[in-house]
Write a protein that binds this ligand. Sequence first.
Ligand SMILES: [Zn+2]
Length: 60
Amino acid sequence: MNHKLLEIVACPMCQGRLEYDKGNERLICHFDHVAYAIEQGIPVLLAERAEPIFSQEEKE
Ligand SMILES: [Zn+2]
């Protein structure tokens, strides 16, 4: 995952910053509680592809 890319990506729903989840290769929006997949190094930032996550999955 390119860190420069991570600085410019924003959640398509709230436009907030996303956190890179290294263990699961995905980007997390803590505001919307969703995760976006990263496919072949490219974040899939589509609201319809967002996967709901639960607070216990998040790292404190
Ligand atoms: Zn969001």
